[in-house]
Design a protein around this ligand. Structure first.
Ligand code: SAM
Length: 229
C-alpha cells in the first residue's frame, strides 16, 4: 500500500499570500496571538520540544517563533552556556518575543532577527537543534523543500530537527477537507493548511528518529524529530 507520508506534495493546497502580507498579518496579531493560540497548542508544542531535547550548552534555532513561548522554553533548556537564535518574518513578533525573554531574564542567551526562513542568515553547521512549530505549513508547497534544505544546511551533522505541524497523513478526512476548504476561501485568515510532514522531512535528507500524532482543534498534528546525517 502506498505510504501517504511519502506521496507527492501536489495534493497540498497552495499558499497565495505574499511575504509582505504575511509579515503585516502577523505583526498585526503580535500582541494577542499568544493569548489565542498558546492555550490550545501548548501541550503539543511542549511534547515536540521534549522529543527534541535541547540540552545544556546547545546552539539552538527556532523558525517562526511568534510571540516567543517556545523560545523561552528553549532558552531555559540550553542553560547559560547555550545560545538560541530565532528568525521570524514579523517585526512585531520579534518585539513581543524579545519582551517575553527580557521579562524572564533570558535575553542574554537569545538572538532574534526578523527575516524570511527561505534564506537563513546563518553559516552552515551552526546549530545542534532546530525547532519549528506551526510554521512549516505556512510556506507554499514548492517552498517547503527549500526551507527544509536551509534547515539541513545550518544543522551540524548529527544535529536534530523537530517539526510540529498540521498533518495530512491521518485523521477523519472531512476535518482536513473542511480546513482546506476554509484555507482556500479565507486564505488571509486561515493561513496554514495540513501538509505531509514526515515525507517532506525525509525527502529533504533527514532520517526520522521519532514521530507522534496528536490533535489540535480536532486536526491531526504531526510531531517529527529527525536527524541530519
Ligand atoms: C502560526 S504562527 C506560529 C508562531 C509560533 N511558532 C507558535 O506556535 O506560537 C507562524 C509564525 O511564523 C512566522 N512566519 C511566517 N512566514 C514566515 C517566513 N517566511 N519566515 C519566517 N517566519 C515566518 C509568522 O510571523 C508567525 O510568527
Amino acid at each position: 500500500m502506498k505510504d501517504p507520508s511519502l506521496s507527492a506534495l501536489s495534493d497540498i493546497t497552495p499558499v497565495k499570500r505574499t511575504k509582505p502580507e504575511a509579515a503585516r498579518f502577523y505583526s498585526g496579531l503580535s500582541d494577542f496571538y499568544g493569548i489565542l493560540a498558546w492555550p490550545f497548542e501548548r501541550s503539543v508544542q511542549l511534547a515536540g520540544l521534549r522529543l527534541l531535547a535541547p540540552s545544556n550548552g546547545d546552539d539552538a534555532l527556532e523558525i517562526g517563533f511568534g510571540p516567543g513561548h517556545m523560545i523561552v522554553q528553549i532558552a531555559r533548556s540550553i542553560g547559560p552556556d547555550g545560545t538560541v537564535c530565532g528568525i521570524d518574518i514579523s517585526r512585531g513578533m520579534c518585539q513581543t518575543a524579545r519582551n517575553r525573554l527580557a521579562r524572564k531574564g533570558l535575553l542574554p542567551r537569545a538572538n532574534l532577527i526578523s527575516g524570511d526562513a527561505m534564506r537563513l542568515p546563518y553559516a552552515a553547521n551552526s546549530f545542534d537543534k532546530v525547532y519549528i512549530g506551526f510554521t512549516l505549513e505556512l510556506f507554499d508547497t514548492p517552498e517547503i523543500p527549500q526551507v527544509l534544505a536551509e534547515l539541513r544546511r545550518v544543522l551540524r551533522p548529527g544535529g536534530n530537527l523537530a517539526v510540529v505541524s498540521l498533518s495530512r497523513n491521518q485523521g477523519p478526512a472531512w476535518v482536513v477537507r473542511l480546513y482546506e476548504w476554509l484555507h482556500l476561501r479565507l486564505p488571509r485568515l486561515i493561513d496554514c493548511r495540513p501538509i505531509h510532514v514526515r515525507g517532506s522531512i525525509e525527502k529533504a535528507g533527514f532520517s526520522t528518529l521519532s514521530t507522534e500524532m496528536k490533535r489540535v482543534f480536532g486536526l491531526p498534528t504531526e510531531l517529527v524529530v529527525a536527524t541530519r546525517y
